[in-house]
Ligand binder design. Structure first.
Ligand SMILES: NC(=O)c1ccc[n+]([C@@H]2O[C@H](COP(=O)([O-])OP(=O)(O)OC[C@H]3O[C@@H](n4cnc5c(N)ncnc54)[C@H](OP(=O)(O)O)[C@@H]3O)[C@@H](O)[C@H]2O)c1
Length: 250
C-alpha cells in the first residue's frame, strides 16, 4: 500500500518501461501523477489509459531533461498544474549499444547528460523545494552497472556511479530536514532499453521492478538493490580483484 501522504508525484521518464509502470501503480492508489518525457504520443496515451472517462489523475508533460536551462522553471510549472508535490522519481535514462572498440564522445556525452546531469537539473529544484517544506521524497534510478567499471559501456557505468554519489550527497544534506532520498539499483529489467540485448540472468518484469521501487521509496532513506539478490551479487562482484575482473566478460 502507498503511504497515504503521497498525493502528488512526478515521474521523470514516464513514457515506457520502469517509469510508466511506477506512474501506473501510483495512480492506481489515487495519487495524482505528472508524466514527464519527450514522446508526447506515449505519455498522452498512458494518461488517457490511466484516467479513463472520469478520472484526472495523470497529466502528461512533454519535456526533454536535456533542456537544463529551463529545468527548474519546467519543474515549478508541473507542480502548479499538478497541485503539489510529495515525491519525485528520476527514471529517465539511456543506454545505447556501444561496440567493444567504440569510443564516441558524442554518444558518451548524451548518456552522461541524460542519466546524470539531467538528474541534477531536475532534482536540485526538488531538493530546494523539499528542504524548505521539511518533507518529501526523492527517488533516483541507478543501476548495478554503476558498481564496477565494466567493459561493456563505460559512460553508462560512469553515469550511474556518478548518480549514486550525487544522490548520497543529497541524502546527507537533506536527512536532517526530514527529506528522504532513495537510490534504487535494479538488475536487468524487461523494458525497451534491454529489448535488443535479449534475456539476461535474473531478469524481472518492469511491473515487478516498479513495485519493488515503490516499496523501497516507502520504507527507506538509502540505497536499495532491486531485487534484493543484487545486493549480494554486487558485493561478490565488488570483491573480485581488478586483475581477475578485467579478464571477465561482464
Ligand atoms: N531495463 C533495465 O534493465 C535497467 C536496469 C537498471 C537500471 N535501469 C534504469 O532504469 C531507468 C528506466 O529505464 P527503462 O529500462 O525503463 O528504459 P526505457 O523504457 O527506455 O525508459 C527510459 C525513459 O527515459 C526517458 N528519457 C530518455 N531520455 C530522455 C530525455 N532526454 N528527456 C526526457 N525523458 C527521457 C524515456 O522517455 P522519452 O524517450 O519519451 O523521452 C523513457 O521514458 C533508466 O535510468 C535505466 O538506466 C534500467
Amino acid at each position: 500500500m502507498i503511504q497515504p501522504d503521497w498525493k502528488f508525484a512526478m515521474v521523470i521518464g514516464a513514457s515506457s518501461g520502469l517509469g510508466e509502470q511506477i506512474a501506473r501503480k501510483l495512480a492506481a492508489t489515487g495519487c495524482r501523477v505528472a508524466l514527464v518525457a519527450r514522446r508526447e504520443d506515449r505519455i498522452r496515451r498512458i494518461a488517457i489509459d490511466i484516467n479513463g472517462p472520469s478520472l484526472h489523475l495523470a497529466i502528461p508533460f512533454n519535456f526533454d531533461v536535456l533542456d537544463f536551462e529551463n529545468a527548474a522553471t519546467n519543474f515549478e510549472h508541473i507542480i502548479q498544474d499538478l497541485g503539489g508535490l510529495d515525491i519525485v522519481f528520476y527514471v529517465a535514462g539511456v543506454m545505447p549499444m556501444v561496440g567493444p572498440t567504440e569510443y564516441d564522445i558524442i554518444k558518451d556525452k548524451n548518456i552522461v547528460d541524460t542519466n546524470l546531469i539531467g538528474a541534477m537539473a531536475w532534482l536540485n529544484p526538488a531538493a530546494k523545494r523539499f528542504e524548505r517544506a521539511k518533507a518529501g521524497t526523492i527517488v533516483g534510478v541507478g543501476s548495478v552497472a554503476g558498481d564496477r567499471g565494466r567493459r561493456g559501456n563505460p559512460a553508462y557505468g560512469a553515469s550511474k556511479a556518478g548518480l549514486e554519489c550525487y544522490l548520497e550527497s543529497l541524502r546527507n544534506r537533506l536527512a536532517v530536514q526530514g527529506v528522504n532520498v532513495v537510490t534504487v539499483k535494479p538488475g536487468p529489467v524487461e523494458t525497451d532499453m534491454t529489448a535488443k540485448r535479449g534475456k539476461q540472468p535474473f531478469m524481472i518484469s518492469a511491473q515487478k521492478a516498479a513495485s519493488l521501487i515503490i516499496d523501497a521509496a516507502k520504507r527507506s532513506n538509502r540505497t536499495v538493490y532491486v531485487p534484493w539478490r543484487w545486493w549480494l551479487i554486487s558485493r561478490i562482484i565488488r570483491m573480485i580483484p581488478s586483475f581477475i575482473f578485467r579478464r571477465l566478460n561482464i
